[in-house]
Design a protein around this ligand. Structure first.
Ligand code: TRP
Length: 460
């Protein structure tokens, strides 16, 4: 069951077996996390899993900095699926997170043939203009371009050292005829995700990336790359507690006390271990068992909740010794709203979604034609009821347009019982969608002057 399931970010179909996905890819369920000021996406279970969100929320509640990041593909038009991500970015921004947005212009240039000039125009006019209208604030947002931020490209190159083609085959299903631009894209994306925690881009802090489940392969790759680059690793200790180990690699062996001839440099090693002990003691641990020869430090009394503060100390120590000190990015996963047609929502199939610049009349037409969970005749519908779980009009109210949980629950019950007919359900959705769209388009006019304020200094 679930074995061999592969999630492909470039696929035209979409996995929906969420329980299975959580199990197979080791995601964490959101059930045991307290979400502050939950949005409708949280309240309705539409964000269903995460990795390390607890680390981000602890930073938030302690008043420590954290960041949130996403990227945009500057091709096509912004649609409701994109809006769902920006709503989450905005939610994190309102909790105090700083925002970084990567314009994937290198990727769109290499894989879709868009010129960098056109990519810039599309990014600003089609995407950032809508972000501003959705309430994202320019004061703590940095939009940048992959093509002009050299540290991102540099990281793609250096992180490449931590992986190989076999891993790419396993994660993405790449094979011998895969175009190498397609191989570069995930490495550049790893650079996008990891570089904001460098000192020049905000410094070491948790970074969370809200994504649809289709992007999880990129997160898995990036988390692996970050972990493999770490100089110190943290493991559960046999018999309880945590153990810190040294990860000796060719670029840090001297610093960690392994001389050129492979022999242990006792003095250097002892001072590394002493430094680790000092960092751990600083957190208040008294019982610390260092072993310079093995290159380990055991902390028997540490618990799982001590992992994150210890990790941060170790990353800072690594940085002070010349390492890059990368924390694994956190992520959250949202479900996909089905396309209007009943298949995947996609920019390349205009009838499958609603664009944020669609005319109201167009939206009305699209919703009228949308896949319905109603019965073929009114008589049957009254008797058997409709199915809101597959009814696109209902689903779109739930995902995008209806903020009132109580009202939505009533509509759900009334549709299921047959009291609300399929056509009536569509009309409810059309009314809400039109109202939302008209308001959004007004906001876009009002916030148009803010667009350039979103750009990072290196991107103006
Ligand atoms: N690959 C993403 C897409 O196709 C765009 C992207 C680039 C991105 N860099 C990112 C998304 C970093 C999240 C994080 O839409």
């Amino acid at each position: 069951m679930g074995e061999g399931l592969r999630i492909d970010p470039w696929s035209s179909s979409q996995p929906t077996d969420y329980a299975n996905i959580i199990a197979q890819f080791g995601l964490q369920s959101l059930d045991d996390i307290e979400i502050p000021d939950p949005s409708h996406l949280h309240r309705r279970g539409l964000i269903f899993a995460h990795r390390d969100l607890d680390v981000v929320l602890s930073a938030q509640s302690a008043g420590q900095p954290f960041g949130v990041l996403t990227g945009l593909m500057p091709s096509g038009r912004m649609h409701l699926g994109h809006k769902m991500v920006i709503d989450q970015i905005s939610w994190f921004q309102n909790l105090g997170g700083d925002v970084t947005i990567a314009v994937a212009d290198l990727e769109s240039n290499a894989t879709r043939g868009l010129s960098l000039e056109l990519a810039r125009k599309v990014a600003l006019e089609e995407y950032v203009a809508n972000y501003a209208a959705l309430g994202l604030r320019p004061d703590s947002t940095q939009v940048y371009f992959q093509s002009t931020r050299s540290v991102v490209q540099k990281m793609a190159f250096t992180l490449g050292k931590r992986t190989n083609l076999s891993e790419f085959e396993a994660i993405y299903g790449f094979s011998g005829d895969t175009n190498l631009a397609h191989v570069m894209a995930p490495l550049v994306q790893a650079g996008d995700i990891l570089h904001p925690m460098l000192d020049e881009y905000g410094g070491l802090r948790p970074i969370v990336v809200p994504v649809g489940i289709d992007q999880d392969p990129h997160l898995r790759l990036t988390r692996g790359l970050a972990a493999k680059s770490n100089w110190f690793n943290l493991k559960s200790r046999k018999g309880g507690g945590l153990t810190i180990g040294l990860s000796v690699q060719d670029d840090n062996s001297m610093a960690l006390g392994v001389a050129v001839d492979g022999k242990l440099d006792r003095k250097v090693r002892q001072s590394v271990i002493d430094n680790i002990v000092a960092e751990v003691a600083d957190l208040g641990f008294a019982d610390i068992l260092p072993n310079a020869k093995h290159g380990s430090v055991q902390i028997p009394s540490a618990t799982q909740s001590d992992r994150s503060p210890i990790k941060m100390k170790l990353l800072r120590l690594e940085r002070s010794m010349g390492g890059v000190g990368l924390l694994q990015p956190a992520s959250t996963y949202h479900r996909f709203a089905v396309g209007l047609t009943g298949d995947k929502m996609s920019s390349s199939v205009p009838d499958s979604t609603i664009f944020l610049t669609d005319e109201v009349a167009t939206v009305e037409k699209k919703i009228k034609r949308a896949f319905s969970g109603g019965q073929p005749t009114v008589e049957e519908h009254r008797r058997l009821g409709g199915d809101p779980d597959v009814d696109v009009a209902y689903q779109y109210m739930m995902y995008f347009f209806e903020d009132d949980d109580k009202y939505l629950a009533e509509v759900n019950v009334d549709y299921r019982s047959g009291k609300i007919l399929a056509g009536e359900m569509k009309q409810l959705c059309i009314d809400r969608a039109s109202e939302w769209l008209i308001n959004h388009q007004q906001l876009r006019d009002q916030t148009a002057h803010l667009v350039s304020d979103f750009l990072a200094a290196d991107s103006r």
